[in-house]
Write a protein of this length. Structure first.
Length: 96
């Protein structure tokens, strides 16, 4: 099993709505992308300014499934939205 964690900081404009849309778009991928085992999206409480705004924790069967996810049309669509509202991104992939 492979865990894929991504965190984003978002533009201040419409931050709450953008975070909610990211959550909805990414969670909708569950059951739509082969090899994607689990998706969890969290929105930061906003109490500490230096925190990231949104986190994605997702699990995949293996590295091949993560690679297929990266080019899947539904993921590309979600990614395009995220790129339009994000100002920063950090990611880590590791074997569970």
């Amino acid at each position: 099993m492979l865990r894929h964690i991504v965190m984003w900081t978002l533009k201040d404009e419409n931050k709450v709505a953008s975070a909610q849309t990211i959550k909805e778009k990414l969670e909708a991928l569950q059951g739509q992308v082969p090899g994607l085992v689990n998706v969890e999206v969290g929105i930061d409480l906003g109490s500490i300014e230096s925190n990231y705004d949104v986190v994605l924790i997702s699990d995949f069967d293996n590295e091949e499934a993560l690679s297929a996810y990266q080019i899947h049309p539904l993921h590309k669509e979600a990614g395009a939205f995220i790129k339009s509202v994000a100002t920063g991104r950090s990611c880590v992939d590791y074997i569970v």
